[in-house]
Ligand binder design. Sequence first.
Ligand code: DX5
Ligand code: ZN
Length: 217
Amino acid sequence: NRSIKIAPSILSADFANFGAEIQAIEAQGADWVHIDVMDGHFVPNLTFGPPAVKAFRPHVKTVMDVHLMISPVDAYIDAYADAGADILTAHIEAGPHTHRTLQAIRGAGMKAGVALNPGTPAHAVEHLLDLTDLICVMTVNPGFGGQKFIDMTDKIRTLRAMIGDREVHIEIDGGVDTTTAPLVAAAGADVLVAGSAVFRGGSVDMPSVYGDNIKAI
Ligand code: DX5
Ligand code: ZN
């Protein structure tokens, strides 16, 4: 019985009203707030950087889960620590030295996450497990909200077995909705990100996305 954490992504929120949007998802039971940082280089889209993340901080009462889709990463780690990130996740595909990056993230006082694109195999993180607090399994190609879910349940199962009794979260990011959430939770995921399914048509709707039953898987 693994307890499932829900981490709505504010990528699909109203960009002119982040404070109110964060308040709304937390009022509806969000465990973490997921923040998608994109650089127009590692992914073909741009979102926000450290000053914006710092401005979100006072509104986030739970956990600020920052997903970096940027390359390079290392030069910005201190800026995200200063902005108040609790968890900082870097992509393994963002550079040749993920091992060093994870050490630097922990060294800056944050929890360290590593994200895997859909084409990257589970074993890419095999020698990083002791440096990692979270593995983010992308179930879309990163860059945009609202894309179709890519089934990665095999990868999730492999990772859960590889992690063994270590305390490492498996977070799923991309296309999570009422249909796909139970599949990934059953395969071993314990943190579910969802953007477009939560921020639908300008109103926040968490319970109908996840249902109450998902929490008990
Ligand atoms: C994709 C982002 C995701 C995205 C998820 O690059 O990392 O966090 O916002 O959005 P949905 O839930 O709409 O797929
Ligand atoms: Zn994300």
